[in-house]
Design a protein around this ligand. Structure first.
Ligand code: SF4
Ligand code: SF4
Length: 431
């Protein structure tokens, strides 16, 4: 029997300096043996090749089979309980074939499409962070025997996993979490192991939701770098095929195991047209001009009161956000006092316990918590990690039960605020 929560701490960034150093040195001198680890380092610097290939839609199962043959479990989009979520796929038939979505502030509905597109939807409530940075994870167990206490760290041996259907904004979110967990002064060994075991099959978007604003965040809808394979799904009246780009040696190897040929001009053009059409369909936009100074110089703006009056401080926005990374730890014991465990769990800056220090919460009001979340995402994140913490996926807008819209909140502060002093930084998006 377990007696819960003996000790609880908020933990913002994981530790492990030595591993970070080894990782960086290996990357710089090309000494990394694990190709996936090398890909992590390459993702920011080595653009994928220009070649495009084609395979027919009914060969998608061959891609899954090739990935499985190489020991990957394949996770990707599937329909469950009225939403498109990410889970293990047995075959291409598990994909959301013929489904699309309709999204607005506080609203998500699945809609039937008139075709059999496999990736004809925008992002749903899940993100890939659940596989790279699990919501709940045991860190260690301790057992007391008569004369000693034994602490056994959790063995972390994540399976090789292929992510099928990673969108451009999600790829940016993964790269942002790479900065949080792998670069700088600290490295998280659990994230690192999962990331090194990941094979990424990206998909260029052919449909934008009403809450998408990746174009204004310079994060989509076309995938840039950091993938193994990138697909563009082309559905025509008489033909259904994928235009494919390889982004790594591992990707070329997998592609080599399925029948494909070089794309001709009309196939390449069709794929390009799909992505540019999606870019024109963005439901929203965020003006990121000098956004850091804008937010830093408006801590007392009346708009924070207005948003706090609507915000339920439920934390949904942080749970669905693909870049939010904060965790807490909980220690649990059994009643005999002989066994204890420490668990890491996702936390949210919308809880009062998140900022609890010695006798009280630093942010007791919804005003302070919403301001903290948005100012961290769009301003302090730039100081910490060199990019915005927002990729424009729109999840926090769709899954907010009262439809609070981060783009609208920024605009409200911008339109009623005095112009901030000019900043040195050129880029406040994710270019
Ligand atoms: S902004 Fe919306 S989703 Fe986020 S805590 Fe407030 S009510 Fe919940
Ligand atoms: S803040 Fe909202 S729109 Fe931006 S990345 Fe997070 S969930 Fe997506």
């Amino acid at each position: 029997m377990v007696n819960r929560v003996v000790r609880k701490n908020v933990r913002r960034r994981p530790g492990g300096v030595a591993q970070t150093a080894a990782f960086a040195v290996c990357g710089r001198f090309g000494l990394v043996r694990n190709p996936a680890a090398r890909r992590l380092i390459m993702s920011d610097s080595d653009p994928p090749g220009e070649e495009r290939f084609v395979f027919e839609c009914d060969q998608l199962d061959l891609l899954l089979a090739a990935l499985k043959k190489h020991g990957y479990r394949v996770v990707g989009p599937t329909v469950r309980e009225g939403a498109i979520v990410y889970d293990e796929l047995r075959s291409a038939a598990d994909l959301p074939v013929g489904w699309s979505d309709e999204q607005e502030g506080g609203r998500y509905r699945l809609l039937k499409r008139s075709d059999r597109a496999h990736f004809g939807y925008a992002v749903g409530p899940h993100s890939w962070k659940q596989f790279l940075h699990p919501p709940v994870r045991r860190l260690w167990q301790a057992s007391r025997t008569q004369d000693r206490l034994e602490i056994v760290p959790e063995k972390d041996d994540p399976p090789k996993t292929a992510f099928l259907g990673v969108r451009a904004c999600e790829l940016h979110a993964i790269q942002i979490q790479d900065k949080v967990f792998l670069r700088g002064g600290y490295s998280d060994p659990s994230y690192k192991a999962r990331r090194e075991n990941a094979f990424i099959v990206a998909v260029n978007c052919g449909h934008a939701a009403g809450t998408c604003f990746c174009v204004s965040m310079q994060c989509g809808p076309k995938v840039g770098a950091g993938f193994d394979l990138a697909l563009t799904e082309v559905v025509e009246e008489t033909r259904h095929y994928f235009v494919v780009q390889a982004g790594s040696e591992a990707g070329r190897q997998i592609l080599g195991e399925i029948p494909h040929r070089e794309a001709d001009v009309s196939e390449r053009t069709a794929a390009e047209r799909i992505v540019s059409r999606t870019a024109e369909q963005m439901g929203r936009a965020m003006d990121t001009t000098e956004i850091k100074s804008l937010l830093y110089s408006n801590y007392e703006h009346p708009r924070w009161e207005s948003v706090a009056a609507r915000c339920l401080t439920c934390g949904n926005c942080t749970m669905v956000c693909p870049t939010c990374f904060c965790t807490t730890v909980e220690d649990v014991t059994d009643l005999s006092g002989k066994h204890a465990e420490r668990w890491q769990k996702w936390d949210s800056c919308f809880t009062t316990s998140f900022s609890y220090i010695h006798g009280g919460s630093v942010r007791p009001s919804g005003y302070a918590r919403y301001r903290q979340w948005m100012t961290h995402k769009l301003a302090a994140w730039i100081d910490q990690f060199g990019t915005s913490g927002c990729v424009g996926c729109g999840r926090c807008i769709t899954w907010c039960p009262v439809g609070i819209d981060i783009t609208e909140e920024v605009q409200a502060i911008r339109s009623a605020a005095p112009l901030p002093a000019r900043e040195n930084e050129e880029n406040h998006g994710n270019a």
